[in-house]
Design a protein around this ligand. Structure first.
Ligand code: GUN
Length: 294
């Protein structure tokens, strides 16, 4: 059987970003600068969050970045977090601050994120950075959408004049993704769908580029996608699987296997956009360090 699906693996994309950053970091420190530094705050023991935070620490180690981790119990108070963020905002040896989400329900994610100084907000989640992105000003771009753009560039996917459909409207992925794709210079025509969209296929079947970020496996399969389209799968869902030592396997939001015999380009899970999110965090942290040195 002829397999015509194109797998847009992100390992080599992420590695090329990290290798370039490592060289830049070496040059930066040779000039007498302290290495870029990242402070990561983790609350509770969510297994997925612990994995993400570990991967961020590993990436810092690979690049020679300084890394400070602060772990809190599930029952920590919002004011404890705010006090630490105030301290980190004022510390000269901290370039970037990241609070791993989600936070426990008793803590306001908005109040916590808004407390991070916009100059150290390497996630790009603060209202200042989100607003700047929307109006096309220089800012920290949220890591997942930034990584998606890097992947599209790496694989030579044209965006100008193309129809892009974003499925999902989160502050972390969907909204910033739509803002970037519609920017002058990127020039896609963007539609944003959500769980209340009555007939998703009506939109996706017209799309040249589909970004699926719902957090629900099986949101789309090959029947939602036209020939020649590019599918970017942002989902990282843990599916219980007794045959695995870990007890689960990972699945994206798209039914990857259904595309096998289709003329479609698609990012896999694992090995896809998740790798880009971490490498873009390192890129933003490097940028924060550069900017803070003027
Ligand atoms: N939780 C899921 N994705 C992210 C992310 O990109 N940054 C943070 N801080 N938390 C997350």
């Amino acid at each position: 059987m002829l397999l015509i699906m194109r797998r847009l693996g992100c390992k080599e994309v992420a590695d090329s970003v990290l290798d370039e950053l490592k060289t830049k970091t070496e040059d930066f420190t040779k000039q007498g600068n302290r290495a870029p530094s990242l402070a990561v705050l983790l609350v509770g023991h969510d297994a997925a969050s612990e994995t993400y935070v570990r991967k961020k620490a590993e990436a810092c180690a690979r690049l020679g970045f300084l890394h400070f981790q602060y772990s809190f119990d599930e029952d920590c108070s919002e004011s404890e977090l705010l006090t630490l963020i105030d301290e980190l905002n004022g510390r000269d040896d901290v370039d970037g601050i990241l609070v791993q989400l989600p936070l426990p329900a008793s803590i306001s994610e908005r109040r916590v994120i808004e407390r991070i100084s916009p100059e150290k907000d390497v996630d790009g989640f603060s209202p200042v950075n989100a607003g700047r992105l929307l109006i096309g000003e220089d800012c920290f771009v949220p890591c997942t959408p930034k990584g998606i753009m890097e992947t599209l560039r790496y694989y030579g996917v044209e965006t100008a004049g193309k129809k892009a459909v974003v499925i999902g409207r989160s502050n972390i992925v969907g909204k910033p993704m739509a803002a970037i794709l519609m920017q002058r210079g990127i020039d896609a025509t963007v539609t944003v769908c959500n769980t209340k969209t009555p007939d998703l296929r009506e939109y996706t079947l017209q799309a040249d580029i589909i970004i699926v970020a719902t957090g629900h496996p099986g949101t789309i399969d090959e029947t939602y996608v036209k020939d020649g389209a590019v599918v970017i799968d942002v989902g990282v869902n843990r599916i219980p699987d007794p045959s695995k030592k870990s007890g689960y396997h990972l699945s994206g939001d798209a039914d990857y296997a259904s595309f096998t015999n289709r003329n479609v380009s698609i990012t896999p899970v694992p090995g896809g956009i998740g790798l880009m999110t971490v490498s873009m965090l390192m890129s933003n942290t490097f940028e924060a360090a550069m900017r803070r040195r003027g």
